[in-house]
Design a binder for this molecule. Structure first.
Ligand code: GFB
Length: 316
């Protein structure tokens, strides 16, 4: 019999696909992995979530399913982000409790830190103020996961924890221009600008700064959190502070990886969003001082190669 039954929600997304890849690479100890996506259950429905847990009886859960999107999707659907994610998270965590799940790891986001704060922020500062207005609904739904994890622990001694993610990118991302995050958006735009001999338009000023993490690095860290991390309080999983880059920096890496040589325009009529949200990963570094992140330039090149190879599927 499998020693662990690990249920992964949201498994067809950016992070879920990377977790699947890394889990397959692990020559493991007989754990059973169950990867589910919205095709298997609507997690906004309590009944469907319950049926999923009844069917698979997981001992461990990696909870990735969420309504997600880049700045421009957040600006349009603040309320939907809050309501959808609150429903999903309440159903999943309650089923984890009902079905005696030994450990659940959920995802928070660096966008939930107070908009007015002192940088860099760390895990102790997440409830100290109101998040940036552009991500308000999403950010509060993420903060509530930490509240629920603490309540389940206090009232029922559950081992539900969470990880705080910065901007993730990699294969299987959402490359949609309106809904997606900046790196997949830039890759999609640069590819078409090169193909159609058009200017490459970067939204905003290019000055905002972000810590980007490659999905495959994140998946490796997830394995460690699942097996070794033993706190209810969240842990930030991202690159070191000195690896923070600007939107302009990543746009230049995308231009190089695509081989675009035309005109570059910054459309400053578009929002910049939050200027920075620098986080300190000292807690992660205390546990894993030697963990090596893939250099952003190399990870962008690998993502561009994946995008080109999978162009028909991505753009269908
Ligand atoms: O990844 P992103 O959409 O969101 O990046 P956040 C937004 C930044 O990239 C802004 C610029 O400064 C935009 O002006 N940008 C330039 C572009 N060109 C583009 C483009 O083609 N597409 C997009 N999307 N942006 C995310 C949140 O915030 O951070 C998530 O949306 C999550 O919910 C994550 O919390 C951590 O980095 O601002």
């Amino acid at each position: 019999m499998a020693s662990k039954v690990i249920l992964v929600t949201g498994a067809s997304g950016l992070v879920g696909s990377a977790v699947q890849k890394v889990a397959l690479e692990e020559h493991d100890v007989g754990d059973k992995w169950v990867f589910v996506s919205s095709k298997d259950a609507n997690l906004e429905s309590e009944a469907e979530t319950m049926a999923l847990f009844e069917k698979h009886k997981p001992t461990h859960v990696i909870h990735l399913a969420a309504m997600v999107g880049g700045l421009f999707r957040n600006l349009k659907f603040n309320l939907d982000f809050f309501r959808v994610n609150m429903r999903i998270n309440d159903n999943v965590l309650h089923c984890c409790f009902k079905y005696n799940v030994k450990k659940c790891v959920s995802c928070l986001s660096t966008s939930m830190f107070p908009a007015k704060t002192i940088y860099p922020v760390d895990e102790t500062m997440m409830h100290q103020g109101v998040p940036h207005e552009s991500e308000y609904g999403f950010a509060f739904s993420k903060l509530m996961i930490d509240v629920m994890n603490n309540c389940y622990h206090r009232q029922h001694n559950c081992n539900f924890t969470s990880v705080i993610l910065s901007n993730v990118f990699g294969p299987h991302d959402n490359f949609n221009l309106e809904d997606g995050h900046v790196i997949p958006g830039l890759i999609n735009k640069a590819y078409h600008s090169k193909r159609d001999n058009l200017p490459f338009v970067i939204w905003g000023t290019g000055s905002p700064r972000r810590q980007f993490i490659y999905s495959l690095d994140l998946a490796r860290l997830f394995m460690w959190v699942l097996r070794e991390y033993d706190e209810i309080s969240p842990i930030i999983l991202t690159v070191d502070e000195e690896d923070e880059v600007s939107v302009k920096d990543v746009a230049e890496m995308v231009i190089e990886a695509i081989g675009f040589q035309g005109e570059v325009i910054y459309d400053t009529s578009k929002s910049d969003g939050q200027f920075r949200r620098t986080v300190n990963n000292a807690k992660l570094r205390k546990y894993l001082p030697d963990f090596k992140f893939t250099p952003t330039k190399q990870a962008i090149k690998e993502t561009v190669d994946w995008f080109i190879e999978n162009y028909d599927v991505v753009n269908k």
